[in-house]
Design a protein around this ligand. Sequence first.
Ligand code: TXA
Ligand code: MG
Length: 324
Amino acid sequence: MNAEPGTRVLTAETASIEAAAACLRAGGLAAFPTETVYGLGADAGNGEAVARLYAAKGRPAFNPLIAHVADLAAARRIAIFDADAEKLAAAFWPGPLTLVLPKRPGSGVADLALAGLDTVAVRVPDHPVAQALLKAFDGPVVAPSANRSGHVSPTDAAHVLADLRGRIDLVIDAGPCTVGVESTIVSCLGEPTLLRPGGLAREQIERVLGHPLATAAVPADDDAPLAPGMLASHYAPKAGVRLDATSPRDGEALLAFGPAPEFSGTTFNLSPRGDLIEAAANLFSHLRALDASGAKNIAVMSVPHHGLGEAINDRLARAAAPKQ
Ligand code: TXA
Ligand code: MG
């Protein structure tokens, strides 16, 4: 089904939603926008489609995928909710929160999509195109970020095409994503635990739970399946990255936050006014733009660590990790 070499680029209209749903039903790969980043969708119940998805991304097969569904009722068909999970779903779905839950026996999600785990990551995205597609398809859709493995997540359709043109069947172009970083992942397998900081701030989750989130132990091994997505160099631009720079050095490009120092070299600013939400939305596109500018090294100014800053700093630390 992976129509070579063409990848259809569709506008966000009813006929495109129908075409994407039909593509998924036929075992194809359809990229679509969510409020966080663009996802590469496949039928969660079709193991072969899931395998093609891993191949298109070049993703290690031990890394499990998020099952996307239209609403809580659909989520209950594939996962088991405890009281904390119920609270979080009620407060934040649809939205940029993924819950890792025990999988419901007979849920029909392909084992390959779960990388053999008996848990499932579930998300109800808050984007009109994602919602319409999930309703039209009427079943769980696994969707990792629509980039080649090891590249930054795509926040518009051009990013998707740069990585995956000719490797996937279609992409629905609905313009840039509003959140710009991936969903926050919380496991509810006991004490709620933050597995990945993301588009929903930790503080908001803790307010609803009424207590702090546990933080996942740092995985000893980058390839360990428990806290996957924590692969150290997952969010890697080609350029070298120097964090917490106060002023750029000769030959570096600058990724600024807030008021930037005088500098004649290539500069992108995550948010000149120091707004973390704006910075999150710009993060991946600015990293890509800096790579495209030919910069060999990027000096990154420090970003405050509260709110969405935690997710931004997590992605920047990965970008700075030594390349494998
Ligand atoms: O915002 C997002 O979450 C985007 C959009 C498209 O929804 N999706 C996304 O998917 O970021 P992906 O595959 O790039 O990242 C999913 C992360 C991976 O780190 C994966 O290892 C982790 O979720 N994950 C999936 N299932 C898991 C599970 N059962 N237990 C622990 N981690 C899991
Ligand atoms: Mg990803």
